[in-house]
Write a protein that binds this ligand. Structure first.
Ligand SMILES: Cc1cc2nc3c(=O)[nH]c(=O)nc-3n(C[C@H](O)[C@H](O)[C@H](O)COP(=O)(O)OP(=O)(O)OC[C@H]3O[C@@H](n4cnc5c(N)ncnc54)[C@H](O)[C@@H]3O)c2cc1C
Ligand SMILES: *[C@@H]1O[C@H](CO)[C@@H](O)[C@H](O)[C@H]1NC(C)=O
Ligand SMILES: *[C@@H]1O[C@H](CO)[C@@H](O)[C@H](O)[C@H]1NC(C)=O
Ligand SMILES: *[C@@H]1O[C@H](CO)[C@@H](O)[C@H](O)[C@H]1NC(C)=O
Ligand SMILES: *[C@@H]1O[C@H](CO)[C@@H](O)[C@H](O)[C@H]1NC(C)=O
Ligand SMILES: *[C@@H]1O[C@H](CO)[C@@H](O)[C@H](O)[C@H]1NC(C)=O
Ligand SMILES: *[C@@H]1O[C@H](CO)[C@@H](O)[C@H](O)[C@H]1NC(C)=O
Ligand SMILES: *[C@@H]1O[C@H](CO)[C@@H](O)[C@H](O)[C@H]1NC(C)=O
Length: 517
C-alpha cells in the first residue's frame, strides 16, 4: 500500500502547480520591503526602530542605494580610478542655524560625506560662436520668477485652478520663445531641476517643491565628491540594523509578481522564490510602475492606475568626459559653462567642471547634462555618436584647436534601466493633490513609498527618506492593531479642497517665506 501512495503523490503535486497554487512553500515574513534604495532602507530602519525585526528587503541590484549610485570613471595621476555619481549628486537644501535641517544633510555630516558648495553664480555663458556674455538674462529670469512664485502662492491660498509654469513666467514678463540665449537660461533655471519643460510642469507644485526644500532649510546645494560614493551614508545607516550578510537583505532579487489583498501580500521573484508577507512596502520608482515591469494582481483599480499614469518620470543624463589633465581648456576657477545652441533647446546645455578647487581638482573631468527628449535621444545613441556631438559643441564653445580628444567617456542610460526606467518624477500641470494622494495610498496591505509619493519633496533624496519612514510608520500602526487606511479619492473632480493642503501635508502657502529671501 505504501508504494501506491508514493506513486499517487507525483501527479497530485503536478496538478496543483498547473492549477496555479505554488508548488513551493512561500517564505513567511511580517513585512516585505520591495526595493533597497533610500525609501526601502529607511522603511526598514523605521521598523527596526519600532522593534519590528521580522522583515525582508528584496532588491534587484547587487547592492543597496538605488538611484543614489556611483561608478568609477577615468583615473587620477597615480592611475587610481576616480568615483563619479551616476544618479543623485547634490544635497539640496542644507539647514538653518538652530532651525530645521534637511535629514539628508544631517546624515551626510554623520558619515563625513565629502561635499562642496555648488556656486551657481560661478558660471560663464556661451553660444555656437564661443564666449558671449548674456549673464544679465539671469537677473531677468529671477525677476520673473519672483512674480511666478507669488502667483503660485495666490493660486494655492485661494484654491484657484493650477496652470503650467510657462503661464507663471509669462505673468512675470519672461517670454523666451524666440531667443535661444533666454531658452538656455530658462533651461538652467527650470529644466535642470525638474527634468521637464515649464510647459508640462505644474506651476503650484513646482513652486511648492522649491519652497519646501530651499526656503524651509537653505538655498544651498552641496555637490558630493566623496570617493566612497554618496550612498556611503545609506550603507552606514543600514549597518546600524543589518548585520554583515544579514539574511533579511536579498540582493540580486528581481521581483516579478505581487499579489495583494486585505489579508496579506505574496511576492514572487524571477528565480521562483516566493514570499508570503503580512504587509508589503513597494518602493519601486514611478518608471517601474508605469512600465509594468512588475505584475500586480489583482490589476490596480482605476484610481490607482490613473494616479500612476498622470505623473511624469523624468530622465536626467550626465555625460562624463575626461581630458588629459595638462590639456584642460576651460577656466579652472569656474564651475559651470552654459551653452545656448542656435537650433535646439536643451542641446548639451550645461557643462560642469570637476577639475575645479573643492571638486576633483586635477582630474581633467567635465560633464554635461541633458534631460527629457534630449535624454531619450542621447540614451538611444551609441557612445561614439554622443561623444562626437559633445566634442563639436565644446569645440564651438572653446575653440577647435583647444579641445583634444577625451581619454575617457561614459554615461548611464537611465531611461532604459529596468529597475528605474528614468531618473526622478515631476508633477505635471493640471494634476491635483488628490490625484497625487491616489498614487501614494495603500491597496489593502500593500503600501507605497518613494520620491514620487512625496507631495513636497518629489524628485529629491529627502522625499524618498520621509516617504520610506512614513509608510513604515503606517505599517507599524497596523502591526500594533490600530490600522487606518490611507485616504484615496474616487471619482476625481479636478480640484483639491484647500484644507487638504495642510491636513495631508503640513505645508501652507505661508509656511516657508521667512528664511532670508
Ligand atoms: C540622474 C539622477 C540625478 C539625481 N540628482 C539628485 C540630486 O542631486 N539630489 C537629490 O536629492 N536627488 C537626486 N536624484 C533623485 C534621487 O536619487 C531619488 O529621489 C532617490 O534616490 C529615490 O529613492 P527611492 O528609494 O524612492 O527609489 P530607488 O532609489 O529607485 O529605490 C527603489 C529600489 O527598487 C529596486 N527595484 C526596482 N525594480 C525592482 C524589482 N523588480 N525587483 C526588486 N527590486 C527592484 C531598485 O533597484 C531600487 O534599488 C537624482 C536621481 C537621478 C537618477
Ligand atoms: C531610527 O533611530 C535612530 C536612533 O534614534 C535615528 O538616528 C534614526 O533617524 C531613526 N530612523 C528613522 C528612519 O526614523
Ligand atoms: C550579485 O550578483 C553580482 C553580479 O553577478 C555578484 O558579484 C554578487 O556576488 C551577487 N551578490 C549576492 C549577494 O548574491
Ligand atoms: C557679464 O556682464 C555683466 C553685466 O551684464 C557683468 O556684470 C559681468 O561682470 C560680465 N561678466 C564677465 C565675465 O565679464
Ligand atoms: C513660495 O515662497 C514665496 C517667497 O516666500 C512666496 O511668495 C510664495 O507664496 C510661496 N509659494 C508657494 C506656492 O508656497
Ligand atoms: C559574508 O559573506 C562573504 C561572501 O560569502 C564572506 O566572504 C564573508 O566572510 C561573510 N562575512 C561574515 C561576517 O559572515
Ligand atoms: C506573474 O505575472 C505574469 C504576467 O501578468 C503572469 O503571466 C504570471 O502567471 C504571474 N505569475 C505568478 C506566479 O503569479
Ligand atoms: C574631499 O574632497 C576634496 C576634493 O576632492 C579632497 O581634496 C579632500 O582630500 C577630500 N577630503 C576627504 C576627507 O576625503
Amino acid at each position: 500500500m505504501a508504494n501506491y501512495k508514493h506513486l499517487l503523490l507525483v501527479p497530485l503535486a503536478l496538478a496543483s502547480s498547473v492549477l496555479g497554487s505554488p508548488a513551493k512553500k512561500c517564505e513567511k515574513t511580517s513585512v516585505a520591503i520591495l526595493g533597497g534604495g533610500v525609501a526601502g532602507i529607511t522603511a526598514a530602519q523605521t521598523l527596526s526602530n519600532s522593534s519590528i525585526h521580522d522583515f525582508i528587503i528584496l532588491e534587484y541590484n547587487s547592492d543597496i542605494g538605488g538611484r543614489m549610485r556611483h561608478t568609477t570613471f577615468g583615473q587620477d595621476a597615480n592611475g587610481k580610478p576616480l568615483t563619479v555619481e551616476l544618479g543623485a549628486n547634490w544635497i539640496q537644501g542644507l539647514g538653518t542655524n538652530g532651525g530645521p535641517q534637511n535629514p539628508i544633510w544631517l546624515l551626510a555630516q554623520k558619515y563625513g560625506v565629502n561635499n562642496t558648495y555648488s556656486d551657481y553664480s560661478s558660471i560663464l555663458t556661451y553660444d555656437e560662436t564661443g564666449y558671449v556674455n548674456y549673464s544679465s538674462l539671469f537677473d531677468d529670469y529671477e525677476n520673473a520668477y519672483s512674480v511666478t512664485e507669488e502667483l503660485a502662492g495666490t493660486i494655492l491660498s485661494e484654491n484657484l485652478q493650477d496652470r503650467n509654469a510657462r503661464a507663471g513666467f509669462t505673468r512675470g514678463d519672461w517670454r523666451p520663445k524666440k531667443d535661444m540665449k533666454m531658452q538656455a537660461v530658462e533651461w538652467w533655471e527650470w529644466d535642470w531641476e525638474y527634468a521637464y519643460e515649464p510647459e508640462v510642469s505644474s506651476l503650484v507644485f513646482g513652486i511648492v517643491n522649491f519652497n519646501t526644500t530651499f526656503y524651509q532649510w537653505s538655498d544651498e546645494n552641496n555637490f558630493v565628491v566623496d570617493q566612497r560614493g554618496f550612498n556611503t551614508w545609506l550603507k552606514g545607516e543600514a549597518s546600524t540594523f543589518l548585520k554583515k550578510n544579514d539574511t533579511r537583505l536579498r540582493l540580486n532579487t528581481t521581483v516579478t509578481n505581487v499579489t495583494y489583498s486585505d489579508t496579506g501580500v505574496t511576492i514572487t521573484d524571477s528565480q521562483g522564490g516566493c514570499y508570503q508577507a503580512d504587509y508589503a512596502i513597494c518602493t519601486f520608482s514611478l518608471g517601474v510602475l508605469q512600465n509594468e515591469a512588475v505584475s500586480f494582481q489583482p490589476e490596480f483599480p482605476e484610481w490607482k492606475q490613473d494616479g500612476i499614469d498622470n505623473f511624469d518620470m523624468g530622465t536626467y543624463t550626465k555625460i562624463f568626459l575626461q581630458f588629459p589633465p595638462d590639456k584642460v581648456f576651460w577656466p579652472k576657477d569656474t564651475q559651470y559653462f552654459l551653452y545656448a545652441d542656435p537650433v535646439e533647446r536643451g542641446f548639451y546645455p550645461v557643462f560642469q567642471s570637476l577639475d575645479t578647487p573643492g571638486f576633483l581638482e586635477g582630474s581633467g573631468i567635465i560633464f554635461v547634462t541633458v534631460v527629457h527628449d534630449q535624454s531619450y535621444r542621447v540614451e538611444a545613441q551609441t557612445d561614439e555618436e554622443t561623444k562626437n556631438q559633445v566634442l563639436a559643441v565644446l569645440r564651438d564653445m572653446f575653440g577647435a584647436d583647444k579641445v583634444p580628444d577625451p581619454i575617457a567617456f561614459m554615461y548611464p542610460r537611465w531611461s532604459l534601466e529596468p529597475w528605474s526606467y528614468g531618473s526622478y518624477s515631476n508633477w505635471p500641470y493640471g494634476v491635483t493633490l488628490e490625484m497625487h494622494q491616489n498614487l501614494r495610498a495603500n491597496l489593502g496591505r500593500l503600501y507605497f513609498a518613494g520620491e514620487a509619493t512625496s507631495a513636497e519633496y518629489f524628485g529629491f533624496l529627502q522625499g524618498a527618506w520621509y516617504e520610506g519612514q512614513s509608510a513604515a510608520e503606517q505599517v507599524v500602526t497596523c502591526l500594533n492593531g490600530h490600522c487606518a487606511q490611507e485616504v484615496h479619492y474616487s471619482p476625481l473632480y479636478g480640484s483639491t479642497p484647500p484644507n487638504q493642503y495642510d491636513e495631508q501635508n503640513g505645508w501652507t502657502v505661508t509656511s516657508f517665506q521667512t528664511n532670508g529671501f
